[in-house]
Design a protein around this ligand. Sequence first.
Ligand code: HEM
Length: 463
Amino acid sequence: MLSPLPNRITSPSWWQLLNWIADPLGFQDRYSRKYGDIFTMRLSGLGSYVVVGNPQAIQEIFSLDSKFDVGRANELAKPLIGQNSVMLMDGNRHRRERKLLMPPFHGERLQTYAQQICLITEQVANQWQVGQPFVARTAMQKVSLEVILQIVFGLSEGERYQQLKPLLTDWINMTDSPLRSSMLFLRFLQQDWGAWTPWGRMKQRQRHIHDLLQAEIEERRTKENEGRTDILSLMMAARDENGQAMSDSELRDELLTILFAGHETTATTLAWAFYQIHQHPDVLEKLLHELDSLGENSNPMEIAKLPYLTAVCQEILRMYPVLPVIFPRITKSPMKIAGYEFDAETTFMPSIYLVHYREDLYPNAQEFLPERFLERQYSSCEYLPFGGGIRRCLGYPLAQLEMKLVLATILSKYQLTLAEDKPVKLQRRGFTLAPTGGVKMVMNGKREKKLSGYQLSDISVKS
Ligand code: HEM
């Protein structure tokens, strides 16, 4: 006999699916109030998911991570990123792929990219006119796209770069609202009838992108790549334990995966950071004081170590998890989690959102309080903006570095204010959540450095 799933939501599965697409946070609030921190939703056409907001249960899941299949639970993303993406792999293939992809995103390699991130940020910010409003998310999307193109793809000029840039933006923007995102979840909308259907238009653009990436990969194979530091070159040079390199289709799908996973997420998180920082003048003042204490032309890696800036980024990632849940985990055999017995083929969905808004972990969870990260250390199941276990976000060191350097570069040079005095709400954007309207801001002029009344001792890390 099959074990019953805990706390099943009883409304029709099509209704649950529509609510999940339209408002995944409201959905989780409603049912966690009713059932507590573990409940089961059923999404029409997709199956049942056990949503988990309990840190101990998530810890159990992370410690058993190799006993789950994750790749096949990510099938929804396959039409976008292709079947040779690390996100869709499991077992040995996943382990091999992560090993090949990991080195460029970690350790000393990152230092190579820091200066480039600051330069890209300055180029984007230089386009702002005094007194003219701009949308923070759009500006941040320009920065993060340029980071992916230059640092990951190794493209900063030429015809292919000029073609890819608008094409990638248009392709990603095709799911920029809850309605347009629904085609990712509703399979009957996935009809490729050329330019007549949104899906057809998306596929057309994707084919064009594939062709351009394939041409770039082929050209690189015929050229000497020595001395190149971009991530594509490093991926092409990487070998697994059998001396095997990545195939062209793997390289192409992984480039799209990195774009898909790393571009929107970082841009959205930065837009929220500008929103919250400019709603809290005290936070801005402390940040500026900390940044000014470094002096002119400071090493970007020193900026990345600043404690208050780090706490601000941590708090933004807590309050606004771009992915409200981590990747679903499917049990390969029966197992016990949180005291419940589960059969094989049960899908778990650990919820970043439910954990990050627990009052027992984060008192006054609705408030933006970076200091909480200076006062307390959180474990990997209490704070999980980048997921965890063997699937932990591959690009998290790059994402964190980018967030800090972009904020530091802009805040220390420009005076910005919010253009509108009204709360910004979240809305679905593809698989992610983003600020409605993108956070409108105004640049009021260049900033002159001045020391504020804060003492650096106020913002040192407490052990
Ligand atoms: C603020 C920015 C970002 C956030 C919040 C974020 C969050 C996440 C989350 C929650 C996961 C799922 C982990 C799990 O299920 O345990 C993930 C996976 C992943 N992320 Fe990120 N990410 C960000 C930026 C990036 C960047 C910049 C890159 C690459 C340049 C990237 C590449 C990936 C990849 C390749 C995976 C799949 C890992 C696997 O399946 O093994 N992400 N990310």
